[in-house]
Ligand binder design. Structure first.
Ligand SMILES: [Zn+2]
Length: 265
């Protein structure tokens, strides 16, 4: 909107403010069709809206579950130019990068990112969450082993707890990242609670990103059958090796491709 700040009314400015549009007044006069300021009206300055957006982003980030490290993981700093990748690995990495970027723009359905530790799947998943928060939309980043620990202590048969805020948030958030999904050893009731989350989100078609270094037949059948449902889910195997192997020779990159066990830490 075209506006005019009334800069010659310095009594309205807060000295601490450095907004060049309103000089700290927080509001501006909209411009009339003639191009002159309409002194009979005031509207909030753009800086107020930006401040509110920033506050909202900070609040969303605070509740996102993103650890400090994960907050720094964006699409911009994802390394597509890794050394010693075979051509097909590079192509595969570029493809999953594009897929994750597109998904982040309008999260819809499920994406399963599968690959060895260090292949980049967690970085991409965190980048999706960060992009959503940046746009002022909520996202929840959950490290599955930690979440199972939480469930185990919260919902033990002795605890008698039937309601848990984190559990409800994970179930209902419009965008959920389940990082490091695997064959965790946990209690049957924690496993059951995790299944409830998956099943609820599956039925409600809520956008979900899952990263795992397991093959799908290593995952409990009730869950894996949902992960592979093409109506809702896209499974993307990342064939890039552990980035920590990049410093070694390309010969060893080939070896890593053959035996993913070697590259897992
Ligand atoms: Zn302003």
């Amino acid at each position: 909107m075209d506006t005019w700040s009334g800069a010659e009314e310095p009594e309205e400015a807060t000295p601490s403010s450095n907004c060049p549009i309103c000089n700290g007044a927080s509001f501006v006069h909209p411009l009339l069709a003639s191009g002159k300021p309409d002194f009979s009206r005031v509207v909030a300055c753009r800086c107020v809206q930006e401040e509110l957006d920033k506050e909202r982003q900070a609040r969303l980030q605070q509740y996102s579950g993103l650890a400090k490290l994960h907050r720094t993981m964006t699409f911009d700093n994802f390394d597509l130019k890794r050394a010693n990748l075979l051509p097909e690995q590079r192509e595969n990495l570029e493809e999953v990068y594009r897929l994750a970027r597109d998904f982040a723009k309008s999260p819809d359905g499920w994406v399963v990112l599968q690959g060895v530790n260090g292949c980049g799947k967690t970085h991409l998943a965190a980048a999706i969450a960060n992009e959503s928060l940046q746009a002022g939309k909520p996202a929840l980043f959950v490290v599955v082993p930690d979440f199972l620990d939480h469930l185990r202590s919260t919902f033990s048969p002795e605890s008698g707890v039937s309601y848990d805020q984190l559990f409800e948030s994970v179930k209902n958030t419009p965008l959920l990242i389940l990082d490091d999904f695997g064959e965790q050893s946990t209690t049957p009731w924690a496993q059951e609670k995790l299944y409830q989350v998956i099943n609820y989100r599956y039925n409600a078609r809520l956008a979900t990103v899952i990263t795992t270094c397991c093959s799908l037949d290593e995952i409990e059948n009730r869950i894996s059958s949902r992960l592979v449902d093409p109506k809702i889910s896209l499974v993307f195997p990342i064939i890039a090796p552990d980035y920590r192997s990049d410093r070694r020779s390309s010969q060893s990159a080939k070896r890593y491709r053959r035996g993913k066990k070697d590259s897992q830490s």
